[in-house]
Design a binder for this molecule. Sequence first.
Ligand code: ATP
Length: 442
Amino acid sequence: MPLGHWEILRRQLGEVIDPEEFKLWIDPLRPVESDGPGLVLACPNAFHRTWLRDHHLPRLRQLARQIDPEFKVTLAVLPGGQPGGQGRPAVARQLTLPSLGLDHPQLNSRYRFENYIAGGGNEYACAAAKAMANGQSFFGGALYLVSGTGLGKSHLTQAIGHHVLDGERPCRVSYLTAEDFANQMISALRAKRMEQFKDRFRRGCDVLLLEEVPFLAGKDKTQEELVYTLDALANAGKRIIFTGNQPPAQIKNLGRRLRSRLDGSVTVPIEPPDHQTRVRILRSEAQRLGVVSPVEPLELLAEAISGDVRRLISALNGMAARSALTGRPMDLALAAEVAGQLATELRRLSPERIRDEVARAYGLEPALLSGKSRKKEVTGPRNIAMYLCRRHTDSSLKSIGGLFNRDHSTVMYGVDKIDRLLAQDQKLAGQLRYIEQRLGLG
Ligand SMILES: Nc1ncnc2c1ncn2[C@@H]1O[C@H](COP(=O)(O)OP(=O)(O)OP(=O)(O)O)[C@@H](O)[C@H]1O
């Protein structure tokens, strides 16, 4: 058992993890006796193990691989006691540290259909994804999943990947974001390996899972290459699943050819889950975390947090962490505290978030708002972003100026201008209301 490895790994983790986090989550780990060649780390409880797996595992994997490519780590929970106590560890799950096979898609092992709670809001999308996974032909060859953030686009897309890979027939799956596609294409161009790049998708793939398609807006060369790839796949009867936070019709700066290919796919929205579904998600998540909670606190969280499921799950995580660390029961009082804290955090808006949301609303790259352009299409949104930063954050004129690369008098001028325009321009007032709603202020 390479115990020395643990010491090295521990030291390296100490350098990259926040000291408080380290104290809470890494310090309590103890290497324990085991028969196998790997290193078994004991966690104080099931919750600790799950948290570690979800929050620090990728970093742990990366560091361990650097120490020794064969370094295998297993997390365990000692039955009925703290690590360091007597007894054999209950090995929960082997965390192998795989080599990064390029053609093996990096799918999140949790994003499977059995872990996706279908109900009011997302039932249709889940059924559509399952139909695609089973190769049913309702959707022609292509499905486009669209939703706001945290509603399960990645989860369902990767679930299709798992399902196909687990099937009896050998199937090649490519899972990547549109940004990965663009970057890989640029690298291939630079390395003069375009033929391999083309082949990899056009001939080396039976199911293409392509996330965050709106990223391609304005990237004409990548769009063109993707069109050829899509046509080759469609002609060969392959399956394609796209995702995006906007339906194809709303993506600006999309070339005619790619737009028509996307329009040819069936667009299915994932709506936010309804209350009952949110409660079911929380129950299933609590079970996964190994925490026992009465249903009332979960009902309270589900009531307080709608929309983004990531936030819902993180609220439960926060509640379970508090309970585990302070010994308080998982009750209504704790749930109310966590929900209240989340609401306060939401209110604390950052200028960066405002800038990004304004840019998104006007179909611009956020960097443009901080750039040199003095075109009307950019200065208008820039003034709006500065105005909203001034109105909804505590940031000074100087620090807002810093974000937009302007001095404080330019910020003052921009804010004044929007103030004056608002009094007479109904359309602008409506646009501002829309952006404020998206920022959770409406
Ligand atoms: N119905 C559901 N049942 C169980 N878990 C869910 C459900 N919906 C979302 N989740 C979980 O919420 C988290 C966010 O989901 P996911 O990353 O798939 O969202 P997304 O729509 O791709 O978000 P983004 O647009 O921000 O990338 C994941 O942990 C996912 O497992």
